[in-house]
Structures are given as structure tokens and as C-alpha cells.
Design a protein around this ligand. Structure first.
Ligand SMILES: *Cc1c(COP(=O)(O)O)cnc(C)c1O
Length: 304
């Protein structure tokens, strides 16, 4: 990609002596403030493919706080594509200014089409796609959350040779694309743990379609009610983690994973001497949107 890509390093997390393991955080959030972490990985080969097909327009889907929408808006503009975001929720059409993610995407030149929640559910059906083909020319379609085979190929590049020393690799899970890439590129003796950010049992099956290795499992206890739901307990955890480690976590994905890891450390889940690598998949652009929800409810905010 033609914009500067920041360096993703493994940063050691300071743990209390009572936890006899080592924990590192791979700072994929450092790649870019808006095309951060896994969204950069997932777009890399898709944008190459779009260029090869001579597409002029990128079309994709997302909700009001979507990291993927922000990433496509910026990366699309940087690479000379027009971008169209199909957004879940008709009511948002008149609320763009009050929404940090949509305001940013618009400033990057993204056009929007706001559709109802029921219509949004149809977005991957042949009828829906045919309708797009009637209305738009020369476009490249990127699925919701950016997950497809090329996205997984990009996510296979998150782990490097130096990461083979780790016994565990942990990541947050939305659509399952990122963990699929990690599973494909990890060694057989490593265990990949995914922390879904939402409820639902479909993920196990979705991920199984993209991988053949079996050395992975999902830890389903830390979704905190789903995507946009932010509990006080999680906000306190984020603020505490920032104070202690000077690393900001995002409330939709990475904070839930890290909360889970700390809970599991406390419960003695990891054998003594384990080396654990957690992936900071980014998503920090979403904090402003979540904070405005918290503010409306008069709840404590995420400080950053
Ligand atoms: C999108 C996203 C995820 C989830 O990635 P999937 O590939 O959809 O599972 C995790 N973390 C962050 C910060 C994200 O933006």
C-alpha cells in the first residue's frame, strides 16, 4: 500500500509475579491510526486484486462504528479508488455528523448508502449483488468485515518466524478471518485461542471452512453482550490497562481478549513458563463512537 505503514513490534506486558508466564502484545495497532491492525492485513491483497481487475470503485458493508468502513475509506482514497459504504441502519443517514467513524469515512471521500437492518441481512445474496451490478460499474466488492480468501492470505503475514517461540497466540474474533490466517501460519505446536466479541455459535463452523489445522479453540466467555455493548467493568479495565502498561485497547475487540487473558491467568489456565503472544488488532478509531454512547448514558468514559 502506498501510505506509510507503522511498525508492529512485540511489546512485553508487565505482569504481577504471581503469574508465572510471559505475555507479549503484538502492536498491529501501530500500523496506522485508521487502517489499523487486521484491517490493513485484510485489505492488502484485496486492493491488489481490485487494481488488477481495473476496478474504479470499492463497495463494502458495515455498521455505524465499523473499523472496516474507516479502513476502506482511507485505503481506498490512498490508492485512487472511489469508495461506497453500505451502512446498516437507515436512521444514520441524518446522523453522520454525530458519528466519528462515518464523519471520518466521509472526509476520505466515501459515499454511503444507508439501508434497513432487514435489507442489510440480505447483503450477500445473489439478488442484492445483482441489484448493485445494475446500479454501479467497474466495482470490486469486499464483504462485511473484509473477510475472504485474500484477507486470510494477508492475515497469514501477521506472525513472523520470531514468533515461533510462543506457546499461545491469542486474538479477538469478529468474522473469523484474522484467526484463520493465524491458524494457517502458526506452527503445529502452538495453540491459537480466539476470543469472540459477539455471541453465537456460527464462528466455529465459519473458521473451520478456512483452516485445516486443529490446534485452535474459541474462548466464548468474554463477549460482554456483543459488539456495541460496553460494560462499566470493561471501561475500567481499559483505563487501568492504559495506566499500567501505557497501551490503549479498543472496547469492541482487543479489551475483551485482554480481559479474558487476565481472567485466565488468575484461574491458572496457562501452564507455568508459557509464552503467550496476544495480537493487538487495532480498532482504536472506534473509541470516539463508543465514548459518545457512554456520555449519553452518563457513564464513565474511556480515557485516551
Ligand atoms: C475487525 C476486527 C477484529 C475481528 O477480525 P475478524 O477477522 O473479523 O475476526 C478484531 N479486532 C479488531 C480491532 C477489529 O477491527
Amino acid at each position: 500500500m502506498i501510505f506509510n505503514v507503522g511498525q508492529s513490534i512485540n511489546q512485553k506486558i508487565n505482569l504481577p509475579a504471581k503469574y508465572p508466564v510471559e505475555l507479549y502484545l503484538k502492536r498491529e495497532d501501530a500500523i496506522h491510526p485508521f487502517v489499523s491492525g487486521n484491517k490493513y492485513r485484510k485489505l492488502k491483497y484485496n486492493l491488489k486484486q481490485a487494481k488488477q481487475q481495473n476496478a474504479k470503485l470499492l463497495i463494502t458493508f458495515g455498521g455505524a462504528y465499523s473499523n472496516h468502513i474507516a479502513a476502506v475509506a482511507f485505503a481506498g482514497q490512498a490508492q485512487g479508488f472511489k469508495t461506497l459504504g453500505i451502512i446498516r441502519g437507515e436512521e444514520l443517514e441524518h446522523k453522520i455528523n454525530g458519528n466519528a467513524t462515518l464523519t471520518y469515512a466521509k472526509a476520505c471521500g466515501m459515499d454511503f448508502k444507508f439501508i434497513s437492518r432487514s435489507n442489510y441481512k440480505q447483503k450477500h445474496t445473489p439478488e442484492f449483488i445483482q441489484d448493485l451490478e445494475k446500479n454501479y460499474n467497474n466495482f470490486y466488492l469486499i464483504p462485511e468485515g473484509g473477510t475472504n480468501n485474500l484477507a486470510i492470505k494477508g492475515c497469514e503475514e501477521i506472525l513472523t518466524n520470531n514468533d515461533k517461540i510462543f506457546n499461545y497466540v491469542c486474538c479477538a474474533v469478529g468474522t473469523g478471518g484474522t484467526i484463520s490466517g493465524l491458524i494457517n501460519s502458526a506452527s503445529q505446536n502452538q495453540k491459537i485461542l480466539g476470543f469472540p466479541a459477539l455471541k453465537g455459535s456460527f464462528l466455529q463452523e465459519d473458521i473451520s471452512k478456512f483452516v485445516t489445522n486443529k490446534n485452535w479453540s474459541l474462548i466464548t466467555d468474554y463477549h460482554f453482550g456483543g459488539y456495541g455493548k460496553v460494560k462499566n467493568e470493561l471501561v475500567s479495565f481499559i483505563n487501568q490497562f492504559k495506566l499500567e502498561q501505557n497501551i490503549l485497547l479498543d472496547p469492541v475487540y482487543t479489551a475483551k481478549m485482554m480481559f479474558g487473558i487476565f481472567n485466565m491467568l488468575e484461574a491458572g489456565y496457562f501452564e507455568p513458563g508459557s509464552k503467550i503472544l496476544a495480537i493487538h488488532t487495532g480498532g482504536l478509531q472506534g473509541i470516539a463512537g463508543i465514548n459518545s454512547i457512554l456520555k449519553n448514558k452518563n457513564l464513565p468514559l474511556i480515557s485516551y
